[in-house]
Design a protein around this ligand. Structure first.
Ligand code: AHM
Ligand code: MG
Length: 335
C-alpha cells in the first residue's frame, strides 16, 4: 500500500514481497539505480556552471574539459551497478554492445539484465531544459552461472520485471513500475531522499495535448498527418493543444499527469522511427500500460514487438487511451 511521504527506500522494502520472484535482488538493483540517479542529478544541476572556469569545481588540474554529461551519466549508472554486483549484464544506448558483468567470487550468479538510456534528450542540457534517464529490467533467459548472451536483452517488453525513468526537471523525480501500477518519487535535494509524491499515477483516459515534432510534418505517414489535422480542426470544438519539449521523458511525464499523446512516427529522415525500442519505447510502454495508457507503433502493441537487435528503432505512439486509439484509427485508414 502506497503511503504519502514514504521514502523510496521504505517503499521498495515494503513492496518487495509483492514481487513474484522476490529474493531481495530486484530491491538491491532498484536501490542502486536510485543512488546513481542522485549522483547524475547533482551533476545535471550544475551543468550551467561548467563554462565558468572553476565555478563548478570540475575543471581538472590540466584544465581539461569536463566530460560530456551523457557519457558521465552512462559511466555512473554502469559503475554503480557493476560495483554492487547486482546484475549479470547491462546494455546502454551509449554503448555499441552489451556488457557482461562477472562477479569475482561466484561467476554470473545474478539474474537480472538492465537496459538503460542514461541521459535521454541530452541536446536539451545546453539550454537548461529537462532531460531524463530511462531504464528497463528483465530476468535473464540463459541459465544463471553462464555468461549473458544477446538473447537475454532481446526480449519483448511484456517480459519486463520493472521499468522507470528519472526526470531531471524543476524538481527531480523517479517514476517506476514493477507491474503493480506506477509510483512517482520526488527528490528532496537537501536530504538526498526520494519521497512518494505521486502514488498510483494514471493517464487520464482522454487528453488535450498532442506532442510531436511538427517540423517533420511533410515527411510523416499520411495517417499521422491526418491525425494532426484532426487535432487542429475547429470542427466540434476540438480541445487539443500542442506541447513538445523534445525530451521524451518530460513529454511523457507531462502527458501522463495531464492527459495527452506523444508521437515519434517514421519519416523520410528516420524510416524506422527515431526512438530505440529497448532503451526508450519498451520501458515507456510498460509504464504507460501500468498507468492505464496505451503504447503502439501505429499498428502493434509495443510490448509485443520482438527485438532483433540492441539498437533497433521503432515508430512510437503513446499516451491516453482514447487519443492513441484515435491515432491508430487514422494509421489504419490511411495505410
Ligand atoms: P536521444 O536519445 O538522442 O536523446 O534522442 C531521443 C530524443 C527524445 O527524448 C525526444 O523525444 C526526441 O529525441 C526528440 O527528437 P527530435 O529532436 O527529432 O524531435
Ligand atoms: Mg535516448
Amino acid at each position: 500500500m502506497a503511503k504519502k511521504n514514504q521514502t523510496l527506500g521504505e517503499f521498495i522494502i515494503e513492496n518487495q514481497s509483492d514481487f513474484q520472484y522476490s529474493s531481495g535482488e530486484l530491491s538491491r538493483l532498484l536501490n542502486s539505480i536510485r543512488l546513481a540517479a542522485k549522483v547524475v542529478n547533482h551533476e545535471v544541476n550544475k551543468a550551467g556552471l561548467v563554462d565558468i572556469t572553476g565555478a563548478a569545481g570540475d575543471t581538472n588540474i590540466q584544465g581539461e574539459d569536463q566530460q560530456k554529461l551523457d557519457i558521465y551519466a552512462n559511466d555512473v549508472f554502469i559503475q554503480t551497478m557493476t560495483d554492487r554486483n547486482i546484475v549479470c549484464g547491462i546494455a546502454s544506448e551509449e554503448e555499441d554492445d552489451f556488457i557482461t558483468i562477472n562477479s569475482q567470487d561466484e561467476l554470473h550468479q545474478n539474474k537480472y539484465v538492465v537496459l538503460i538510456d542514461p541521459l535521454d534528450g541530452s541536446s536539451n542540457i545546453d539550454v537548461n531544459v529537462s532531460v531524463g534517464t530511462i531504464f528497463s529490467i528483465f530476468r535473464r533467459i540463459t541459465p544463471v552461472g553462464t555468461p549473458v548472451e544477446l538473447k537475454d536483452f532481446l526480449q519483448t517488453g511484456d517480459k519486463q520485471v520493472a521499468a522507470g525513468y528519472v526526470v531531471y526537471g524543476t524538481s527531480t523525480m523517479l517514476v517506476y513500475t514493477t507491474g503493480k501500477g506506477v509510483n512517482g518519487f520526488t527528490l528532496n535535494p537537501a536530504l538526498g531522499s526520494w519521497y512518494l509524491s505521486h502514488p498510483n499515477m494514471q493517464f487520464p483516459e482522454d487528453g488535450q495535448i498532442y506532442s510531436i515534432n511538427e517540423g517533420n510534418y511533410f515527411d510523416f505517414p499520411e495517417g499521422i498527418k491526418k491525425y494532426i489535422k484532426y487535432c487542429q480542426s475547429e470542427e466540434e470544438d476540438r480541445p487539443y493543444t500542442s506541447r513538445y519539449i523534445g525530451s521524451l521523458v518530460s513529454d511523457f511525464h507531462r502527458n501522463m499527469i495531464k492527459g495527452g499523446i506523444y508521437m515519434y512516427p517514421k519519416s523520410t529522415k528516420n524510416p524506422k522511427g527515431k526512438l530505440r525500442l529497448l532503451y526508450e519505447c519498451s520501458p515507456m510502454a510498460f509504464l504507460a500500460e501500468q498507468a492505464n495508457g496505451v503504447a503502439s507503433d501505429g499498428y502493434n502493441r509495443i510490448m509485443e514487438i520482438m527485438p532483433t537487435e540492441l539498437h533497433q528503432r521503432v515508430p512510437f505512439i503513446c499516451g491516453s487511451k482514447n487519443m492513441v486509439e484515435k491515432a491508430e484509427e487514422f494509421m489504419q485508414k490511411f495505410k
